[in-house]
Each structure stands twice: as C-alpha cells, then as structure tokens.
Design a protein around this ligand. Structure first.
Ligand SMILES: CC(C)(COP(=O)(O)OP(=O)(O)OC[C@H]1O[C@@H](n2cnc3c(N)ncnc32)[C@H](O)[C@@H]1OP(=O)(O)O)[C@@H](O)C(=O)NCCC(=O)NCCS
Length: 191
C-alpha cells in the first residue's frame, strides 16, 4: 500500500539502514538486551522471543488497519549489515499536562503521544548512531505520517538517553515524581 502513511519502509541514513525486524534477528536482539543489562534469565529470553514474534506480525497488521506503525525496528550498518540496535515508535501514555511546559496541571490525566524508543549495543554506542537513527524516525513521522509532535521519555538517571534527546533538539521537561514514564520527557514539534 504505497499511499498508506503507516507503511513500514526501509529507512536509510548515511551510515544506517532501519528495517523491519525478522525472526532471524532473535539472537542479535537477545545479545543486545543482555549487553545493556535488561535481560538475563531464561524467562527474559522467552519473553523476548514472544515479543519478537508479536512485533514481526504487527507491521502488516498495523498497516492493513491504518494504525500507527508502533513497535521496534532493527538498525543495521549499511556497510556490512551488522546488527547495531533497535529504534521504533512507541505509545507514550502519560499525564503529560502535569509537566511544566505542557501546562503544569497537577491532576491532569493521561494522554497518548507518539514516542520514540532507542537501544544500541555497547559496541555501537558513542558514535552518534542512535541519534542518526532517531532523526530518520523523526523525519519519517513528520514527513510521511504528518505527525505534529513526537516525544521521548526516560528515567532521571538515564543521562545517555537524555543526551540523545538534546542532540535531537528536543525540549526537555523533568518531573519530580517516581513515575517512570514522566521523569524526563523530550518533545519535538514538526516544522
Ligand atoms: C541511550 C543510548 C541509545 C545512547 O547511545 P549513544 O551512542 O550514547 O548516543 P548517540 O548515538 O547520540 O551517540 C553520541 C555519542 O557519540 C559521539 N559521537 C561520535 N561520533 C558522532 C557523530 N558523528 N555524531 C554524533 N555523535 C557522535 C558523541 O560525542 C557522543 O559521545 P559521548 O556521549 O561520549 O559524548 C545508549 O546509551 C543505550 O542503548 N542505552 C541503553 C538503552 C536505553 O537506555 N535506551 C533508552 C530507554 S528510555
């Protein structure tokens, strides 16, 4: 469906190709999650296998339903095809209007925003690759999907992720509450 804004095309940058995950990416994904300290147990690996199956199936399902193409994608090197990490669009469902620059309304309820996700293997960090991949998703969201704004969220202690937000030119809000999705929020508007 070439005219569907929610299609999942291969995106390319100077150094990267961002493509759909496939079943054969399981080992690389598990290596990534273990390397960044998110997974370790047998149950974690089973959960990731189920996540990958679901993600691979979701691309066409979302597209066929004209739903936003949520979910992670593989980032591989254009030169040689090495698996480097994951980026993707994620649903961010938080009480954003509590944030200072979103209105500071103390009892605001949750609203849905299009969010960004990024995770790179340590061997692929420190080279600007996460920022480069995130730019591709931002450009695609604004140009192909006509999204008006996009967010990224992380926890107070994730300085590397906040640094990516800054490199992307996002405005940053901090919220002093132990709420994982609202501790640090980056916002970028189209145009
Ligand atoms: C968050 C994460 C993706 C950031 O990765 P990263 O490699 O630091 O981010 P970038 O791609 O923007 O790279 C920036 C680094 O590359 C360096 N760099 C080298 N060449 C560069 C280039 N051409 N352009 C930009 N930066 C470049 C920068 O100086 C910077 O290094 P520094 O932090 O030592 O100053 C990574 O830490 C990660 O995967 N963490 C675990 C997963 C995670 O927490 N994800 C977020 C969940 S909310």
């Amino acid at each position: 469906m070439a005219d569907n804004p929610f299609a999942v095309p291969v995106l390319t940058t100077d150094r990267l190709e961002i493509r759909r995950l496939v079943g054969d990416d399981l080992a690389a994904c598990q290596e990534l999650f273990e390397a960044i300290g998110w997974d370790g147990s047998r149950q974690d690996r089973a959960d990731r296998a189920a996540w990958l199956t679901w993600t691979v199936a979701s691309y066409d399902t979302h597209e066929n339903l004209y739903q936003p193409p949520l979910g992670e994608r593989a980032v591989v090197a254009r030169d040689g095809g090495r698996f480097l990490g994951l980026v993707g669009y994620v649903p961010s469902f938080e009480p954003f209007a509590r944030l200072p620059s979103w209105g500071g309304i103390a009892d605001a309820g949750r609203t849905m925003e299009l969010g960004l996700f990024w995770a790179f293997h340590p061997s692929a960090q420190g080279q600007g690759l996460a920022t480069e991949a995130a730019w591709a998703l931002i450009d695609h969201a604004f140009a192909a999907m006509a999204v008006g704004r996009i967010v990224a969220t992380t926890t107070h202690d994730n300085e590397a992720s906040v640094a990516v937000m800054r490199r992307l030119g996002m405005s940053i809000d901090r919220y002093d509450q132990p709420h994982p999705g609202l501790q640090v929020v980056g916002l970028k508007r189209a145009g």
